[in-house]
Design a protein around this ligand. Structure first.
Ligand code: DHB
Ligand code: FE
Length: 281
């Protein structure tokens, strides 16, 4: 049987990807950000799963305003990096796991979560920056990745509650896969940030810190958070935080917090990162 043993959350700031690709991680502005991922990089070397289900959002790179799937599952063999206007990032092609993805598609759709299935998908900074933060700059990514793209860009995004329940359904579907596989689930995006309008640059550290605490110990309560609160308290782009609830739902009721990192600023964003172990793993 396949098992979800751990999960992590991390911001996906595009400028972080550029800092890595351009060799600037040691610069004074960036060093504190990258230092915050050293623990995780060492942990990730010791704990390599077979598959990562990587929950992220596309930023109008693969999708366009004409096609806006709420939840889109990457079912293909591989996912090349998207060209976001300055050429694709110089990172390896992401290798998928079509067998587990097909099983997830069946399990989740029959569990009444109507996913869009993607056999051709280019992945943007939302997916590749988290991989770079955790695995550095390898020739080949050390894990297979099943992308799960969530619409948080064009209104209306899914509710936090829907995301949490989708995570719980992912947990059920993974456990029903009868090949021994270790699976990690990543929730990306966040934390507080707003990129435009009069509140551009908005950061809310007390809200972010409480969000961390509630994600760990009160996910049922946190899943009740409404969009309006997230936008007001975490900024327009802070709505990305709903994706963290998919990860949390997939880990089961009890988790052990292994690592937490918070830093302001990273570009326009509060950088937030958490590593959790599923208590039953
Ligand atoms: C930034 C953050 C994001 O989540 C994003 O998608 C684009 C830019 C930023 O902080 O600059
Ligand atoms: Fe984003």
């Amino acid at each position: 049987m396949a098992r979800i043993t751990a999960g992590l959350t991390t911001s996906h700031i595009p400028a972080v990807g550029a800092a890595i690709d351009l060799g600037k991680t040691g610069e004074p502005y960036w060093k504190p950000v990258f230092d915050g991922y050293e623990w995780t990089k060492a942990w990730a070397k010791r704990n390599v799963p077979d598959v990562v289900i990587l929950v992220y959002n596309d930023h109008m790179s693969a999708f366009t305003p004409e096609v806006v799937p709420t939840f889109a599952l990457g079912c293909g063999d591989e996912f090349p990096p998207a060209d976001e206007g300055y050429g694709p990032r110089p990172v390896p092609v992401v290798e998928g796991h079509p067998e587990l993805a097909a099983h997830l598609a069946e399990g989740l759709i029959l569990d009444e979560f109507d996913l869009t299935l993607m056999y051709d998908l280019r992945v943007d900074h939302g997916l590749t920056v988290p991989l770079s933060l955790v695995y550095g700059q390898p020739e080949r990514w050390p894990v297979r990745v099943i992308p799960l793209a969530v619409n948080v860009v064009q209104y209306p995004p899914p509710t936090a509650h829907r995301c949490y329940r989708l995570g719980q359904a992912i947990r059920r579907a993974v456990r029903a896969y009868d090949t021994d596989l270790t699976v990690h689930v990543w929730g990306t995006g966040g934390m507080s940030h707003q990129l435009q309008g009069p509140r551009a640059g908005f950061i809310n550290t007390p809200y972010d810190k409480a969000f961390f605490d509630r994600l760990v110990s009160d996910p049922d309560g946190l899943a009740e958070v409404k969009h309006l609160e997230l936008v007001r308290e975490a900024g327009a782009e802070g709505i990305e935080l709903v994706m963290w609830l998919i990860m949390r739902g997939a880990l089961g009721a009890e988790v052990e917090e292994l690592y937490r990192f918070y830093h302001v600023p990273g570009s326009n964003t509060a950088v937030g990162h958490l590593v959790l172990r599923a208590a039953d793993s």
